[in-house]
Design a protein around this ligand. Structure first.
Ligand SMILES: [Zn+2]
Length: 282
């Protein structure tokens, strides 16, 4: 009944034994799908392999801003080839991270742009990582046509019953751009949704002092929200401090349900349906 829309089964410190145990835990849980997200070429290859091996697993391939210092043309071509595989459904996670600055900012910018262009060439959804670079991420997405009407024409419209995204007749355009672990304000979230983006909520929404994300989730209609773990990072309460795993997405969905005033089952069904639509899973 649950969809973890962003996890890293491909994390390099998952030993084969740990991974086997993790897969067993996932198969015993109430998860229906897990999206394994690449952060460089090697992790993208592992994600694509997991997707090929496991019926409930799909993959996203791309280079995280942290790892752009290792990018080159050959690797971009390899990501392009991976993206053609049947269960690779989006380009990501790509973006800018000016908090850690693990790659030079100009290098981050260059590969962010190149990978948006790749997603546009391939007409694929895009998964964004943004940290302390909110305005520039939005500017680059706009400049690289991630919200263009041409891009929106490639994807079916999405439900917008209240006209929140500016749609007509209960439907709005979908640019298939996902802000993963969205930590911006309610106002920034609203701007993104109106541009055609979707927002993903991770474990920090369960943290006691996180008023900003609580307000954002309260303000954005459930139709535009996905749930994720970003495991092994960002463990939700009540497991904060432990290593995160995809089944813990349940606790983020419970918090979303509480904030939206719906049952857990409704929030689970809706976030799953939204993720299936966003990633175009058949
Ligand atoms: Zn991630």
């Amino acid at each position: 009944m649950l969809f973890d829309s962003h996890a890293h089964l491909n994390n390099e410190d998952n030993t084969p034994e740990m991974l086997a145990e993790l897969i067993e835990t996932i198969e015993r849980s109430s998860l229906d799908y897990v999206m394994d997200i690449g952060f460089d070429l090697d992790s993208s290859i592992r994600a694509a392999q997991h997707a090929a091996d496991l019926p409930w697993c799909f993959a996203v391939c791309g280079c995280h801003p942290h790892d752009t210092k290792g990018m080159d043309e050959e690797k971009l071509e390899a990501i392009r080839r991976l993206a053609a595989e049947e269960k690779v459904v989006a380009i990501g996670e790509i973006g800018l991270d000016f908090h850690y600055d693990r790659s030079e900012r100009d290098i981050q910018r260059e590969w962010f742009r190149r990978q948006i262009r790749l997603a546009n060439e391939l007409k694929m959804p895009i998964v964004i990582h943004a940290r302390e670079a909110d305005q520039e991420v939005m500017d680059i997405l706009k400049e690289e046509q991630a919200f263009s009407s041409e891009r929106k024409s490639w994807f079916p419209k999405r439900p917008d019953p209240e006209g929140f995204a500016g749609g007509k007749d209960g439907e709005a355009a979908d640019a298939r751009v996902l802000l993963h672990c969205f930590s911006g304000s309610a106002e920034l979230g609203r701007q993104y949704v109106r541009l055609g983006a979707t927002l993903s909520v991770a474990g920090p929404v369960t943290y006691k002092n996180n008023r900003k994300t609580v307000e954002m989730v309260s303000a954005i209609p459930l139709d535009f929200l996905l749930a994720e773990t970003d495991s092994p990072f960002l463990t939700p309460v009540p497991f904060r401090g432990k290593r995160n795993i995809p089944p813990y997405v349940e606790h983020t969905v419970r918090k979303i349900a509480e904030l939206k005033g719906v049952t857990f089952e409704e929030a689970a069904a809706k976030t799953k349906e939204n993720a299936i639509r966003f990633y175009g899973i058949k």
